[in-house]
Ligand binder design. Structure first.
Ligand SMILES: [Zn+2]
Length: 154
C-alpha cells in the first residue's frame, strides 16, 4: 500500500501541526482528516498538556473537528493522516468514527495500535477494519519526536 499525493500533502501539514504542539510542551504529534473528496476537513495536534485533557491526542482532536464539519460522527470515505502510529485509544476512536483509511508516519513500538504492539485497526474480531499505510515520511516524523525528547533531557 502506497501513499497518494493527497496523503503526502496532508502528512506535510500534520508535521507542521506536530511542531506547533511542541511549542506548548506537548509531545509533537499532528493529524489531518481528509474528506471523501480529498479536502482537509479536520486538523489536530496533541493538546494534552495545554488542556489537561488525557484524551486530547492529535487524532481525537482532528476527528472531532472533521465530525463537526461534516455534521455526523460517521466519517465514511475519510482518511486520517497522523505523524505517529495511533495508540489504543485513538485506534478505538478511529473505529468508532468508521474511518476506512489511516496513514501514519512514525512507528511506535512502545504503544502503537496499528501494527506495532497491537493491530486494533485490522483486528478480524472487530466488525470494522481499516486500511493502514504506515511509515510515511517516517524519518521526519521520528526526528521531530527524537528532538523533542532530547531537548527535554537537558
Ligand atoms: Zn492516541
Amino acid at each position: 500500500m502506497t501513499p497518494t499525493a493527497a496523503d503526502l500533502a496532508a502528512m506535510r501539514r500534520a508535521l507542521v501541526l506536530a511542531g506547533d504542539a511542541s511549542a506548548h510542551e506537548d509531545v509533537p504529534v499532528g493529524a489531518v482528516v481528509l474528506g471523501p473528496t480529498g479536502e482537509v476537513i479536520g486538523e489536530g495536534r496533541n493538546l494534552r498538556e495545554i488542556t489537561n485533557d488525557p484524551t486530547a491526542h492529535a487524532e481525537v482532536v482532528a476527528l472531532r473537528e472533521a465530525a463537526a464539519y461534516l455534521g455526523t460522527w460517521h466519517l465514511a470515505g475519510c482518511t486520517l493522516v497522523v505523524t505517529l502510529e495511533p495508540c489504543v485509544m485513538c485506534a478505538g476512536a478511529i473505529l468508532q468514527a468508521r474511518v476506512p483509511r489511516v496513514v501514519f508516519g512514525s512507528w511506535d513500538a512502545k504503544a502503537g495500535a496499528a501494527g506495532s504492539l497491537y493491530d486494533v485497526l485490522r483486528d478480524r474480531r472487530l466488525p470494522h477494519r481499516v486500511e493502514v499505510v504506515g511509515g510515511v515520511a517516517e524519518a521526519e516524523a521520528s526526528a521531530l519526536l527524537r528532538d523533542f525528547f532530547e531537548s527535554r533531557r537537558d
